[in-house]
Design a protein around this ligand. Structure first.
Ligand code: 1HE
Length: 261
């Protein structure tokens, strides 16, 4: 009998649904999970317009598989961390945007994975933690770069040093997630947002995914110059020309009113 895949994959109307599927171990990320996640992200980048990453079972993800990690030498540890960096970079700066649907534990490497997506939707059961200090290790999946940029290094240091965990509401208030929804609704909301993102011009989505995080890392002057190049590239694409004409000839949707009035 074949083992069930530790990462489920399904393509639904140009949206790739990527589900961490090791609920017995709270979706802890071992070598098998990281390899399957890599394959799923690559496949999504080839055939989908948007990816949605979620977790099966009671929790999104308990982070690094600690049983496997206990066996690693320092050199294996560096190689392992660099492998996570490559895969999470394919999510953060790849070909298509990703939305993460979060519930239950979103801790350690699970939070690092979530931080690599462009959009995070948490339901009210979600809680966020960085227990690396308690485990005697350090973040290794890009958290010191990505999580610190989202919520500030001071807040990240607080979580790592004191073991503080954050509720979904608090996570939204410190910029860790963009949406909070009722319990059990994170995946539905993530799919709704993904369908919306999929209607954008792929090159505009690509510019958001690739250019925004890079521009954040640049000087003011280099950032503005890069923005002009990216703007010129997107504005002159045939799709942009058509979309602009649709707007001017009153065939395009108007903006929605804010949902939080
Ligand atoms: C695991 C892991 C894991 C659960 N590695 N096996 N991550 C952590 O320090 C978080 C550790 N986990 C927890 O604190 C809790 O498991 C949870 C709060 C996530 C969930 O609690 P609960 O009560 O639902 O589950 P449980 O009973 O604690 O765990 C169920 C099983 O999952 C159990 O195995 P079993 O064989 O005894 O049934 C646990 O051992 C197993 N399990 N989490 C391995 N993480 C690239 S660097 C990133 C650095 C980090 O990610 S550090 C953070 C690690």
């Amino acid at each position: 009998m074949t083992e069930p895949r530790t990462v489920a994959y399904q393509l639904d109307n140009e949206i790739a649904l990527i589900g961490l599927n090791r609920p017995g171990k709270r979706n802890a990320i071992n070598e098998d999970v990281i390899g399957a996640l890599h394959e799923a992200v690559e496949r999504a980048s080839r055939e989908a317009r948007v990816g949605v990453i979620y977790g099966h079972g009671e929790h999104f993800c308990a982070g690094l598989d600690l049983a496997e990690h206990a066996e690693r030498s320092p050199f294996d540890g560096v190689l392992h961390s660099r492998k996570w960096h490559r895969i999470f970079d394919d999510i953060e700066r790849g070909a298509i945007p990703f939305v993460c649907a979060l519930h239950g534990a979103v801790v350690g490497g699970g939070l690092e994975l979530a931080a690599s997506a462009q959009i995070r939707v948490a339901d009210e059961t979600a809680f966020f933690g960085l227990p690396e200090g308690q485990r005697g290790i350090f973040v290794g999946g890009g958290g010191s770069v990505r999580i610190a940029r989202l919520m500030s290094a001071a807040r990240m240091a607080d979580m790592m040093l004191t073991g503080r965990t954050l509720s979904a509401a608090k996570a939204e208030s410190v910029n860790l997630v963009q949406y909070v929804v009722p319990a059990g609704q994170a995946l539905t909301e993530a799919r709704t947002l993904a369908a919306r993102i999929a209607r954008n011009a792929p090159m505009s989505n690509f510019a958001v995914v690739q250019a925004l995080p890079r521009i954040q890392d640049m000087s003011h002057d280099d950032g503005l110059f890069t923005e002009s190049l990216m703007a010129a590239m997107t504005q002159t694409s045939p799709e942009a020309v058509k979309r602009l004409r649709d707007f001017l000839e009153k065939r395009a949707d108007r903006l929605d009113r804010p949902r939080d009035l």
